[in-house]
Design a protein around this ligand. Structure first.
Ligand code: LAG
Ligand code: CA
Length: 468
């Protein structure tokens, strides 16, 4: 077998939604570092409005690193403990806007009104677009409205102003000083690309940037391609192409397509793309496959992680039936957090508020290892047999998925060397080999062909680092 370079993580991250800093620190050490994730994306760390809903995180009140997710000291401790196990921290940066409510006191005690944040911003630092009756964005075909009016009443910062840019950049530099590697730029679409670039130019050169620019219809004026100069962008089209077919039991291009990523319609080039199956917004909205879909969700993650397009981010949140419901919190409004001990895969049922713990799934560690071993080996054209479809990473790895409700045996051509392989979906990293046997399913490759039993709503993943 080929040895996995344990020093080098996979080119992949995990979004730990609404997870307190102390909980992330423990998760880095117990799970995320050992699994081989390169980075973790946190929820916003700055002071925000009070309230039990998760989305209070997206209404900044000051840039103090003091929130329902923890204190600055806890944040710094998380960053250093994650770094110690090879995991970088990417923080969600809410910089397009401040609060959306008339007045209040933030969770760290800062009193504010809609357009006045003591010591930070006052009325003149905000856009007042004057283009709609309530200054809210109404028409996404107007670039000016999208970028200078208010996104659901959230006080829209005048990111064209040099002082506003410097104030924002100062808050981000402070987070870099605390050790973060970079940022998800929240609501980037709602800031001119030149404004985002100007703020990024005020940060250290090696700052990692992932701009959230939701790809709208082709006729929308603001497109993700405008933002690739400042860093990577989240490619929303990837999930849109992947999910629906899976749900219908059909996997089609481009999820399994032949040919280079550049041939994919409506996708930024691979090097510019961060891809995901779902995130905290889409699992409450457009995502067709989420944690509620159990095995299909695992399949979607497998297709993404085994692919050669973009930098994937695995999503890990908590179960909910009310889209506004925050993660369980204590009497002081601090999120309690959870650990993922004992979680090995998707569950059929979750209680509201229960952590999904995607990062702890046996299969995810196996897939991250596959991703490292596949390295730059190109994805070959898709193969299939009956309900089973899949693809090979040229002579290094093979993924077969079965989205149907019945187990299926499949025989497909493969370029992997002959041998007995351990499935890393059921066996995890290294195939869980012990005493010369796989922890999960054993699959034989012989003479350029493989025959495998692929479980219903399940997958088989083989790579040259997990052989008997
Ligand atoms: C984002 N990306 O561009 C975040 O990923 C997304 O989660 C944020 O919306 C949004 N943009 C603003 O940062 C979330 C919730 C909204 C919530 C908003 C502000 O999805 O529901 O709006 O955060 O907290 C809420 C109410 C609105 C109200 C607004 C202002 O739902 O009805 O108008 O607060 O008070
Ligand atoms: Ca704006």
């Amino acid at each position: 077998p080929v040895a996995v370079d344990r020093e080098k993580p996979a080119d992949a991250g995990v979004q730990l939604f609404q997870r307190p800093w102390t909980s992330i620190a423990e998760e880095c050490e117990s799970t995320i570092g050992p699994a081989g994730f390169a980075w973790v994306l946190t929820s916003p760390p700055q002071e925000h409005i009070e309230g039990a809903q998760w989305w209070t995180s997206y209404q900044p009140v000051s840039y103090r690193v003091e929130s329902k997710l923890g204190t600055e000291a806890e944040f710094a401790d998380m960053v250093s403990r994650c770094a110690a196990v090879g995991v970088a921290v990417i923080a969600d940066a809410v910089v397009n806007h401040m609060a959306g409510i008339d007045a209040g006191t933030g969770v760290a005690g800062t009193a504010f009104t809609h357009y006045d944040y003591p010591g930070l911003y006052d009325e003149g630092d905000f856009h007042h677009c004057g283009l709609t009756a309530d200054d809210d964005i109404a028409d996404y075909s107007s670039r000016e409205q999208v970028q200078t009016c208010e996104l659901s009443n959230l006080a829209d910062l005048d990111t064209g102003s040099a002082t506003v840019r410097e104030t924002i950049a100062g808050s981000l530099r402070h987070l870099r000083d605390l050790g973060v590697a970079g940022f998800r730029i929240d609501a980037a679409k709602h800031m001119a690309a030149a404004d985002v670039q100007a703020i990024v130019d005020l940060l250290p050169e090696d700052t990692v940037i992932m701009s959230e620019v939701i790809r709208g219809s082709g006729s929308e004026p603001v497109q993700p391609e405008e933002y690739t100069g400042a860093g990577k962008v989240f490619e929303f089209q990837y999930a849109r192409d992947l999910g629906p077919g899976l749900k219908a039991g059909v996997i089609t291009d481009p999820a399994l397509g032949a040919g280079p990523a550049s041939a994919r319609p409506l996708h930024v080039p691979s090097a510019d793309a961060v891809v995901f199956v779902d995130n905290h917004d889409t699992e409450r909205g457009e995502a067709s496959v989420t944690y509620r879909d159990g095995g299909l969700y695992l399949i979607a993650n497998a297709l993404m992680l085994a692919d050669d397009y973009g930098t994937p981010v695995v999503y890990s949140g908590y179960a909910f039936s009310d889209r506004d419901a925050g993660a369980p919190q204590d009497a002081d409004g601090r999120v309690i957090g959870w650990d993922c001990a004992g979680v090995t895969g998707p569950k059929a049922q979750y209680a509201d508020g229960e952590g999904v713990c995607t990062e702890a799934w046996t299969a995810i560690a196996g897939l991250l290892e596959l991703r490292r071993i596949a390295a730059d080996a190109p994805r070959l054209p898709g193969v299939g047999d009956g309900d089973v479809d899949g693809f090979e990473r040229d002579t290094r790895a093979l993924l077969l998925v079965n989205p149907s409700e019945a187990d299926a045996a499949a025989t497909v051509p493969v370029g992997l060397p002959d041998g007995r392989y351990c499935d890393v979906i059921s066996g995890g990293a290294g195939g869980g080999i012990s005493a010369g046997a796989c922890a999960g399913t054993t699959v034989t490759v012989s003479g350029g062909t493989v025959t495998a039993d692929v479980p219903a709503e399940g997958a088989i993943a083989l790579h040259i680092g997990a052989r008997l």
